[in-house]
Write a new protein. Structure first.
Lengths: 224, 224
DNA sequence: AATGAAAATGAATATGAATTCATTTTCATT
DNA sequence: AATGAAAATGAATTCATATTCATTTTCATT
């Protein structure tokens, strides 16, 4: 499955999601995927709470009952949307955040790449699922947790790639700074995810440029 | 009413909140305030959706019906919590963010004060109401809107106070930078509001210090 | 094409919290 | 302390979706 592709079947990971029922026939796989794709797109427009199962079924051209032969309940369905999303994000992360590639880029371009990667994830087709996950972050199963895991992976590679890369390198200090950069990037992007009224927005390139600038300044690449 | 005080009666603004019913007797005012204070405290522990009206009534030592003679519905109740919160925040903002005071502080200390003020608001007794408002930001009445209004007020005063204050002053550029700073502060604090797992947290002073440092670097006060 | 398993159907049901309201109690004014 | 208005009471009701299930249809294998 490609980062933005909705035609590749979602086989190989949806099978293992709790509450996603076995789909043994081609027909049922097709319907299941159509539910998933409809959900991903719908969440770019509205909250999951406003999507009723009858609505969803109608949209996919089938019946309420078919939904419940594919998913144990609405919660399992949302879980499936999240797993699909995190899978796509992780593919993109693994492709772009390798220690090797980052070493080649060097710290300055590497930091820009960090901003770009995170901006790309937050403006992808999965934006709605990310938003819904964020807004449900306090629910018992913490739908944002997998994003944190991915984030830790990204940071680990960055720390490793950029060891010694900064002028007057001090290990602890460099790690601390990089961590704060990341927290800043995520904070600003999460803020943009739920808020349409800011000066700097992912709708144009202003947020991305602002973040690049802020990160570079903070890491002392301000004027270089 | 003081920023952290729960004993001063909430008279003078709750009366005008849509769906908050008239309270003509001392008893009803007391009960109303007790509902409000209970709600503010409860939202530091759990989501509004998990608080049932019977729970709330029991907690306040009265009955479900009394809730409905004070508030038109649960929505009006939440509105009252928000109005109380924004009132307290605005008091604090008005006290600390005057053009005069900021001019006296100068740009560097003024920026630190911005971080401190925002950190204080986000760690106050009203933190839970702010969190609930943020997590419901996409609902029709946008409970976060008043925060944005306050934010605009803060920024207006900062822009005015710091005109010409930066080295090699360029009006547009200075405003842009200051706006980004603010968006960064709010982003990071909102992130902290819903997320317990970050390296830098408002639970200790690490987030505040990190933000100060980032803001000062970005505004070119890094090493001074 | 016969067969049994899998899947789809959608009207009927379950669920759970918000809200109502007939009645009782308290307040404030005389 | 009598009186009417305001407020409190909490069991019963409403309401909106999620979910079920008896029945029908489709699939895949022989």
């Amino acid at each position: 499955m490609n980062f933005e592709d909705k035609d590749t079947p979602l086989t190989g990971f949806l099978e293992n999601v709790a509450g996603v029922l076995e789909a043994n026939q081609a027909r049922s796989v097709r319907i299941r995927d159509s539910y998933i794709n409809a959900g991903i797109d719908l969440l770019n427009e509205e909250r999951l709470g406003h999507v009723t199962i009858p609505d969803l079924a109608t949209l996919c051209g089938c019946s309420v009952g078919s939904f419940y032969t594919r998913f144990k309940d609405k919660e399992a369905y949302f879980r499936a949307l999240r797993v699909t999303t995190i899978h796509a994000c992780n593919m993109e992360i693994d492709r772009r955040v390798t220690v090797e590639a980052l070493k080649k880029l060097g710290p300055k371009k590497g930091l820009e790449e960090l901003v770009d990667l995170m901006s790309d994830l937050f403006t992808s087709r999965y934006r709605g699922v990310l938003r819904e996950s964020l807004l449900r972050i306090l629910e018992p199963d913490d739908p944002w947790a997998p994003m944190r895991d991915s984030a830790r992976g990204i940071m680990a590679n960055y720390h490793q790639a950029f060891e010694n890369a900064f002028e007057g390198y001090k290990p602890k200090e460099a790690r601390r700074r990089l961590s704060f950069c990341f927290q800043m990037i995520v904070g600003v992007l999460q803020n943009d995810l739920v808020n349409d009224y800011h000066v700097f927005s992912t709708k144009d390139k202003s947020l991305r440029n602002g973040l690049r600038e802020a990160v570079l300044h903070y890491m002392n690449f301000g004027d270089r």
